[in-house]
Design a protein around this ligand. Structure first.
Ligand code: ASP
Ligand code: MG
Length: 405
């Protein structure tokens, strides 16, 4: 007997028919003698429409109330699935974050998990129930309801896996695994049998939307295997674990990703002295704005610097507002921003030691007449900021160069 944690995404519980399919799958595992915990997301489209509703009422909805509203989506799914399991003759109980004491920080709409009380879950499992738990939500020490950020149900599932020492967490979605590129952009993208945590984190951080990055961080920390697979068939998906597919000495490139919803801000003519970058980025961090690529360039004779950074589109206007304030405070010359930029990334362990690969990436973009605006390189990721309209062309060219022999 094993403890199995399964998470089903929104498309897997989109309607009654799909919920019943999930109930059948869950019961198959349960009837084999396993303890099963199921984490579900809101039905497809529900969270989006709840957000829309809030923004129809206000341009700046109160974040506490936003969380109260958004968590209702997952509650539809847990109750529905529990009903469907019982209809098929199984025993199930739905539980929300409050009932389980799933503790988070009080950062509404992007709360971090603090600790999870496993007693209520264990007690219900021991009574023979399938436990159906609401993803995405949490509770603060003052009993306020929070959410973990968009896509957070994956993180709920893996965090439960860590708290209950599960060996593997299955994440069921509408794709059957992790591909070398988005199959909608590259028709001969290949499904990976396995991938390392590091590579998966890079893929997720640079645009692959298959897994919530924080779920991978937790999995890596606690050594939990994630099996990402489709709820629409029985095929094996991709295993995310400490080591992925291997190849001895070649720079192993495992994927090309892109992300469109990015914006770039430039603070120009900043004084060139210690503490300026610290001030800029600590101010942004205080407003919980995540920056991605950062570039500082110095103008040699004027003793001034320009700092450019990219953020998610959602954060762009807020970041511009903060940068305008920083401009005054630090005596910078100007703030400019661009909305329609995109990032294309090549991911693979060994990129750093295989320096010729980096040059080949830039060559490939040049051959395709794609201009590079910003570059960032790490041990396993080379990312370029380019024009949004060039992004599909860039992904196809790089995939063809590095992943299609
Ligand atoms: N329902 C939430 C969302 O759409 C959480 C999730 O799906 O993981 O972001
Ligand atoms: Mg989701």
């Amino acid at each position: 007997m094993a403890l199995i944690i399964q998470k089903y995404g929104g498309t897997s519980v989109a309607n009654a028919e799909r919920v019943t399919e999930v109930a059948k799958r869950v019961l198959k595992y349960k009837n084999e003698g396993n303890d099963v915990i199921v984490v579900v997301s809101a039905p497809a489209g529900t969270t989006d429409s709840l957000i829309k509703r809030a923004y129809e009422l206000s341009d700046t909805p109160n974040k506490r109330e936003l969380d109260m509203l958004l968590t209702s989506g997952e509650q539809i799914s847990i109750a529905s699935l529990a009903i469907a399991i019982e209809e098929l003759g199984g025993k199930a109980i739905s539980l929300n974050a409050f009932q389980v004491n799933f503790n988070t920080t009080d950062a509404h709409t992007k709360a971090q998990i603090l600790n999870i009380d496993t007693d209520v879950i264990k007690e219900n499992l021991s009574k023979g129930n399938v436990v159906v738990f609401a993803g995405f939500q949490g509770i603060t020490k003052n009993n306020e309801i929070t959410t973990l950020g968009r896509g957070g149900s994956d993180t709920t599932a893996v965090a439960l896996g860590a708290a209950l020492s599960a060996d593997e967490v299955e994440i069921y979605t509408d794709v059957d695994g992790v591909y070398t590129a988005d199959p909608r952009i590259v028709s001969n993208a290949r499904k990976l049998e396995s991938i390392s945590y590091k590579e998966m984190l890079e893929l997720a951080a640079s645009g692959a939307k298959v897994l919530h990055p924080r779920s991978v961080e937790i999995a890596a920390k606690y050594g939990i295997k994630i099996h990402l697979r489709s709820s629409f068939d029985d095929s094996l998906g991709t295993i995310v674990e400490s080591e992925g597919e291997k190849s001895m000495e070649k720079a192993k490139i495992i994927g090309v990703t892109s992300s469109k919803n990015e914006g770039k801000i430039t603070l120009s003519g900043l004084p060139d002295k210690p503490g300026i970058a610290a001030k800029v980025f600590s101010t942004l961090a205080k407003s919980k704005i995540n920056t991605d690529i950062i570039l500082q360039s110095s103008s040699i004779n004027k003793e001034l610097n320009n700092i450019s950074y990219t953020v998610k589109s959602d954060d762009l206007l807020e970041a511009v507002r903060i940068s305008e304030e920083l401009k005054k405070e630090l005596g910078a010359e100007g703030v400019t921003f661009e909305e329609r930029i995109a990032k294309v990334s090549v991911i693979g362990i060994g990129l750093k030691t295989h320096y010729e690969t980096t040059a080949e990436i830039f060559d490939t973009l040049a051959e395709n007449n794609i201009n590079i605006d910003m570059i960032s390189c790490s041990e396993i990721n080379v990312s370029c900021i380019i024009k949004e309209s060039d992004v599909e062309k860039a992904v196809r060219a790089l995939h063809s160069k590095f992943l299609e022999n």
